[in-house]
Write a protein that binds this ligand. Structure first.
Ligand code: HEM
Length: 254
């Protein structure tokens, strides 16, 4: 991707100035193009924020990596059966209590770090006013990379087994948590980095759709879905731990 113009970097800092004729799609003459002079300078010429930020290319890489990490869940019925019949000892270790507990607690640790994003974002308005060091940019990036690491940890914890009953549902809710965010943030970043300035028109609207409103609407949808899954996931995590320690038996894994 080439950036022969300044790059917009945040949904709230969108470029809606005059289109350059040498980039992006040709813009049809009947589209009403907003006057760039009416747009505040910081919105017209946003600066790329300093620090790490997963680019669209990185996010595509992370999505592919996640797809690879999810692949064993598709084939686990076959390979777990082979493990059961041919490598009883290995299978025994992988299903043993110590393995499950260590990998389980590591996964819970990653979940706790994932939740620190909320603490960093909102705690300054809380009663305790906890202040975490580091920029939101940094915490967002850490959150995204650790989210994918958590998928890897869940694969290690479950050995790819889909589980039964409660655990099967719990696993799907976890997949929902990560996939809504990964697809959402990937699409958002793709639009943000795109050299196009206009994205067609909504039915019944005269003005063409620009990056800002498109990303804001997309974000409202994917972030709400992500948070819905996060809420369900956290409640189910508590039940999962309760079932493991106080209701040994129908764990359903393996
Ligand atoms: C691959 C996995 C994940 C990705 C890519 C991801 C990505 C994101 C992104 C981009 C945001 C929006 C941050 C912002 O700009 O405000 C977000 C919000 C959030 N995520 Fe995730 N996430 C993932 C997994 C998780 C997991 C596993 C949890 C916890 C169990 C979680 C909990 C949250 C919470 C609580 C917020 C809301 C923060 C707030 O607005 O207060 N995420 N996530």
């Amino acid at each position: 991707m080439t950036f022969n113009q300044q790059e917009p970097q945040h949904p709230d800092s969108q470029v809606t100035g005059n289109p350059s004729p040498d980039i992006g799609e040709p813009i049809s003459p009947e589209l009403s193009i907003p006057d760039s002079q009416k747009i505040a300078p910081q919105r017209r010429q946003p600066r790329r924020p300093k620090g790490i930020r997963p680019t669209f290319r990185m996010l595509i890489g992370l999505t592919l990596m996640t797809a690879l990490l999810l692949l064993p869940f598709v084939f686990s019925d076959q390979y777990l059966e082979i493990m059961r019949s041919r490598a009883v000892d290995l299978h025994g270790v992988l299903r043993g209590g110590a393995y499950k507990q260590i990998t389980g607690f590591l996964a819970v640790g990653l979940v706790a770090v994932e939740m620190l994003l909320t603490v960093r974002k909102r705690s300054r308005s809380w009663i305790g006013r906890i202040k975490l060091p580091g920029s939101m940019q940094l915490w967002r990036s850490v959150h995204i990379f650790l989210g994918v690491a958590l998928v890897g940890m869940v694969l290690i914890h479950t050995v790819g087994a889909n589980g039964f009953n409660f655990n099967a549902l719990f696993l799907w809710v976890f997949f929902g948590t990560t996939l809504t965010a990964l697809v959402g943030v990937g699409a958002e970043t793709g639009i943000l980095e795109s050299s196009r300035q206009f994205f067609g028109r909504l039915p019944g609207h005269r003005r063409p759709l620009t990056k800002g409103p498109l990303i804001r609407n997309l974000r409202a949808f994917w972030l709400a879905s992500h948070l819905f899954f996060v809420g369900a996931f956290l409640i189910m995590l508590v039940f999962h731990i309760f079932l493991v320690y106080y209701h040994r038996g129908p764990l359903g894994l393996g």
